[in-house]
Design a protein around this ligand. Sequence first.
Ligand code: ZN
Length: 109
Amino acid sequence: MQLSLLEWSAPVVAPKAAMPWTEADYDRLTALYAETGGNIRAIAAMMGRTPTAIWTKASYLCLAVEGNDVKLRRCLGDGCGKKFLSPDKGVRICSRCKQNRDLPWGVVY
Ligand SMILES: [Zn+2]
């Protein structure tokens, strides 16, 4: 994804900028990312966050996926069940589960 440097200097109203992120926020970010095709500024406006915050969390959630069949899928990780952006139907473990080294599938992908 290409991001214009000019966009970052634009003033943004971010009423929730100081609020901590909740699981519901992560879910909403994931859904909006899928809906908007990764339009960071649009998501920031809809969630009341700064584009920088959205970008940081989108990176954390690994939302910028490319694949043959990108869509929201439910994670099959033990006790997870979160929706995440999966590049194709063979990927059913979300990025956060993959990053958790305590889980046996943490090293599979
Ligand atoms: Zn998961």
